[in-house]
Design a protein around this ligand. Structure first.
Ligand code: NI
Length: 177
């Protein structure tokens, strides 16, 4: 079912979400179906459960390669539950981000360039990946939602934050997260 995505200003987006304790339940399957339906409806790159008002540590993400926005590399469709992130280098790089909870805007956000993430899939199986670049950025953005952090809170230079049409007139932009 397509759910309403909460927008910045809603206090539910600022909560720290709690871990999933039981896997293989109808509740978890229903939550994941709703996240997928909602993300697909909005052509998003990722969505976290708190964005639809469910305070659990569940995110989904996935991006298909698109020549119209070459910096957004393909990211496999992923369900990540109870994630843990471990940066593999101290350096951060800045790039533009958008968020389904901050629609129509972009900001320049520093993120760790490379990291290892681990967590559970929808069956409760543990997995881990080592990633960099855009994939690493998407994971950091989504997992921030689980701690009540929206990307504008990480913008360092507010001259690089604004409305899509004003920042990038006429350009095709990568999907929001
Ligand atoms: Ni977001």
């Amino acid at each position: 079912m397509i759910r309403e995505v909460l927008r910045m200003g809603d206090p539910r987006l600022l909560q720290v979400a709690r871990p999933v304790e039981r896997f293989g339940t109808p509740e978890l399957a229903g939550l994941l179906a709703d996240l997928r339906d909602t993300m697909a409806h909005l052509n998003g790159a990722g969505l976290a459960a708190p964005q639809i008002g469910v305070s659990l540590r569940v995110v989904i993400f996935g991006v298909k390669a698109n020549p119209r926005y070459p910096r957004a590399e393909a990211v496999p469709d992923t369900v990540l539950i109870n994630p843990e992130l471990e940066p593999l280098a101290a350096d951060k790089e800045e790039d533009w981000e958008g968020c389904l909870s901050v629609p129509g805007m972009r900001g320049m956000v520093p993120r760790f360039r490379t990291l290892r993430y681990s967590g559970r899939d929808e069956r409760g199986e543990r997995f881990e990946r080592t990633v960099e670049g855009f994939h690493a950025r998407v994971v950091q953005h989504e997992c921030d939602h689980l701690d009540g952090i929206l990307y504008p809170m990480r913008v360092r230079d507010f001259r690089q934050f604004g409305f899509n049409e004003a920042l990038f007139p006429g350009e095709a932009l990568p999907p929001e997260e």
